[in-house]
Design a protein around this ligand. Structure first.
Ligand SMILES: *Cc1c(COP(=O)(O)O)cnc(C)c1O
Length: 347
């Protein structure tokens, strides 16, 4: 039986059409700016993000880490929500690579408001670390795929600008936000000094993320890409998959969002489960099973026996993510099986 992997939207495999476009890619040496497919990708993404320039990187993590190191000096402080990927899933990279401190804000659904930001910005004192950069996530992953409303985002950005801070947007799922809100990616992207998008999440490419910013910012980013071993050769093989994703997989994100809502509809009806259905705005669903007596780890293990992949994000907290390789009937089937498991007493 087929494995239905709702653990993450990173689980997508390149489609036959994407593989074909990758195979046909015209290539050259990226480090010499001689790869035409990579040039096409970065130019297109820079425009879509409302920025002057962009660079292809192997991963979103490298986009974040390079951006921090370009914006900050060692000892500087960055401000972000406590659930941010930068804080939790980049192996201490901000400390190890950029040498920065992180000031976290306890937000709501991965977001915070301008008052909270104001309170987090340090005064001018020789004792304090220097507040330097504000990082936002759109969508907010641990916030349940929440989409920052544009007005809230503009407020926070204005507060950061007033304090002369730089602004960075982790846009791992920016296309999901754009499809959900109906606002183009550039509406969000232009607000920031640096912004990136991932092609290996819902867009379904095997490798690649693109970091965008001003010409000067990207020049500095390129130096770190080279230093940290992220510079490539015939990267058109990678860029072609990303271009295919841009052409073919953006509008389909709407389906993922609809499937996430159907999943939430089924699971939220179960006794003992806490799930905020209104909070399901994109392709991520979190639910708490504390009231069922089950532990998250046990449910993950039992679901796996039934060929369903889900994630434990706390003692009783589960996350699922819909994507290109989880069509409607499989999402429904997975939800029904999980519902069946939860209807029985925990082992
Ligand atoms: C996945 C993710 C990243 C990291 O991207 P990789 O391409 O996996 O390195 C960063 N931020 C957020 C919000 C993510 O979901």
């Amino acid at each position: 039986m087929e494995f239905i992997d709702l653990y993450s939207d990173t689980k997508t495999k390149p489609t036959p059409a994407m593989r074909e476009r990758i195979a046909r890619a015209v290539v050259g040496d990226e480090q010499k700016d001689e790869d035409p497919t990579t040039r096409e990708l970065v130019e297109r993404v820079a425009e879509q993000l409302g920025q002057e320039s962009a660079v292809l990187l192997p991963s979103g993590t490298m986009c974040n880490e390079i951006a921090l190191a370009v914006h900050c000096k060692p000892g500087d402080e960055i401000i972000c929500e406590r659930g941010a990927h930068i804080v939790n899933y980049e192996t201490g990279g901000p400390a190890a690579l950029a040498g920065v401190m992180i000031h976290t804000i306890d937000g709501h659904r991965g977001m915070f408001d301008s008052e909270q930001l104001s309170a987090a910005i340090r005064g001018d004192s020789r004792y304090f670390p220097r507040s330097r950069l504000v990082c936002l996530e759109q969508t907010a992953n641990l916030g349940g795929g929440a989409v920052w409303p544009i007005e809230k985002m503009r407020d926070v950005v204005a507060t950061g600008r007033n304090a002369s801070l730089a602004l960075h947007l982790d846009g791992a799922r920016l296309f999901n936000a754009s499809v959900a809100s109906g606002l183009s990616t550039s509406v969000y992207g232009t607000l920031f000094d640096s912004v990136w998008v991932d092609f290996t999440k819902g867009l379904g490419a095997p490798v690649g993320a693109v970091l965008a910013g001003s010409r000067d910012f990207i020049k500095d980013a390129w130096r770190l890409k080279q230093r940290w071993g992220g510079a490539m050769r015939q990267s058109g093989m990678i860029a072609a998959g990303c271009l295919h994703a841009l052409d073919e997989h953006v509008t389909g994100l709407e389906l993922d969002h609809r499937n996430a809502r159907s999943f939430a509809d089924i699971i939220s009806q179960l006794p003992g489960v806490r799930l905020d259905k209104d909070g399901v705005e994109t392709n991520i669903v979190f639910f708490d099973i504390e009231g069922t007596g089950w532990l998250a780890g046990d449910l993950v293990a039992r679901a796996k026996e039934q060929n369903i992949g889900i994630g434990a994000f706390g003692k009783t907290l589960i996350r699922i993510v819909t994507h290109l390789d989880t069509p409607e009937h499989l999402v429904r089937k997975a939800a029904e099986k999980i519902a069946h498991l939860l209807s029985k007493p925990a082992r």
